[in-house]
Design a protein around this ligand. Structure first.
Ligand SMILES: CC(C)(COP(=O)(O)OP(=O)(O)OC[C@H]1O[C@@H](n2cnc3c(N)ncnc32)[C@H](O)[C@@H]1OP(=O)(O)O)[C@@H](O)C(=O)NCCC(=O)NCCS
Length: 172
């Protein structure tokens, strides 16, 4: 059964495998940590950074969860609880991904089914999804969960280049 948990040392090895699969398969819609950076000290080295992301010392405020099924690392869920310009025009309220070898089994949908109530617990009434116009799978899942298309805007980042971004509200 899938669970969303806070980042923890026990799953670092699985997290690294997930990152490696993303880099090997050139996943561009959600770029995790470069697996080369993940060594034995990586968790303790980066803990302070992720803690600061939760307190607002680093914008945008964000909460990072890992998705695991028993011993297996499945994917991740990131939640940004405010709506600064970076969230509105680039990364959205939600970042999520499933490791390539586990895609197409319902895990992506399940991550959001468990993640959206967490957003509500953080006091959010709605979340913004920003989805590359060519990312049909993610758009399908977002619409399945009630996403209402607001508009499409032009966007740019290093991984995706110039692209069209769909923006959806999901009301909680
Ligand atoms: C998006 C992502 C998380 C989905 O994870 P997943 O575990 O494969 O998703 P699920 O198995 O729950 O659901 C896939 C859905 O897409 C549908 N689908 C598959 N191919 C499709 C296509 N070409 N067009 C539209 N829908 C498609 C499936 O039928 C399924 O829908 P259903 O449950 O209604 O039948 C995963 O593809 C991923 O990690 N992608 C890279 C990162 C990413 O894009 N993150 C989101 C950024 S906004």
């Amino acid at each position: 059964m899938l669970k969303l948990i806070k980042r923890c040392p026990e799953y670092v090895r699985g997290y690294k495998e997930y990152c490696q699969e993303a880099y090997d398969n050139n996943v561009i819609y959600f770029r995790p940590t470069d697996p080369k950076l993940i060594d034995d000290e990586w968790f303790s080295r980066t803990k302070g950074f992720y803690d600061k992301k939760e307190t607002g010392e680093i914008q945008p405020i964000s909460f990072h969860f890992w998705a695991v099924d028993s011993e297996k690392f499945i994917g991740e869920f990131q939640l940004r609880t405010e709506f600064p310009p970076k969230v509105m025009t680039d990364i959205g309220s939600i970042g999520y991904a499933v490791r390539v070898s586990e895609q197409g089994k319902g895990y992506g949908t399940e991550i959001l089914k468990q993640g959206l109530p967490i957003a509500k617990e953080y006091g959010m009434e709605k979340v913004l999804f920003t989805i590359n116009d060519e990312n049909a799978v993610s758009a399908h899942i977002c619409e399945k969960l009630g996403g209402q298309l607001i508009d499409k805007i032009e966007a740019y980042n290093d991984a995706e280049g110039h692209h069209i971004l769909r923006r959806y509200w999901v009301y909680l």
